[in-house]
Design a protein. Structure first.
Length: 240
């Protein structure tokens, strides 16, 4: 499902690279879960055939440690988290439907593509009803006879901005519902920053750990105290 990152991907701004630990922190999932998504898995159930699954999140090959996940991989991981609805839908089922959509729509990096979310709801509904899959039906709602994405997926879509080619260029970090923290490959070296100001979250966290108050930081960086306190209550670099 995941192709090797090409030179064109760099031209389109899908760098810098992130570590698995960083991406897991941004998405809000365990690093071990992200490792399965990015590396694939091999399992040996007792008394049953071998179970394997390929990667579904883009990661540069040959990088066992260090930064290896491009911005498009971050977008794929956030989309997959939304589609799984906090682990309620088994990964193999999501994997199968994404593979189906990639074949039907001819999409590369489907999880990061705006086109998947523009037309995918109808495809998922048809796939789920044809296969009698009640789990996948949780991703869809029927409104006026039309299949639309369920709330968890719509919330994800509200957090992403795409370019004219349908590729993600900015992602709002969902763990901060009101602080409006975003990530953009062209700003702050791809690290999280406060939208509208460009102030990296790491700058705020670093100074707070040095003893500066939220009030002083708000004055220095022209941010509201509420936005700063929300970030300091759950520092995004705590797991990175």
């Amino acid at each position: 499902m995941v192709t090797e990152l090409r030179a064109l991907d760099y031209i389109r701004g899908r760098v810098p690279l992130y570590t698995l630990r960083e991406v897991a922190s941004y998405v809000g999932i365990p690093e071990s879960t992200l490792g399965t998504w990015a590396n694939g898995y091999v399992r040996h159930p007792p008394g049953r055939p071998l179970v394997t699954g390929g990667p579904v999140v883009t990661r540069l090959p040959g990088y066992a440690y260090g930064p290896s996940v491009p911005f498009i991989g971050l977008a794929e991981a956030m989309a997959l988290a939304a589609l799984r609805r906090k682990d309620r839908i088994p990964l193999p089922k999501v994997r199968r439907v994404i593979e189906h959509l990639q074949r039907e729509l001819g999409l590369e990096h489907a999880l990061a593509s705006r086109n998947l979310f523009r037309v995918g709801a109808t495809f998922v509904y048809d796939y789920a009803t044809t296969n009698g899959d009640v789990d996948l039906m949780e991703l869809i709602e029927l409104r006026g006879g039309q299949a639309v994405w369920a709330d968890a997926v719509r919330q994800y879509l509200m957090n992403v901005a795409w370019d004219d080619g349908g590729w993600p260029v900015r992602i709002r970090v969902p763990r901060y519902p009101t602080a409006d923290v975003v990530m953009d490959p062209e700003h702050a070296s791809g690290a999280p920053y406060f939208a509208g100001s460009g102030v990296p979250v790491s700058s705020i966290v670093g100074r707070a750990r040095g003893g500066d108050s939220a009030e002083l930081l708000a004055e220095d960086y022209d941010l509201t105290v509420a936005r700063i306190r929300e970030v300091l209550a759950d520092p995004i670099d705590a797991a990175a």
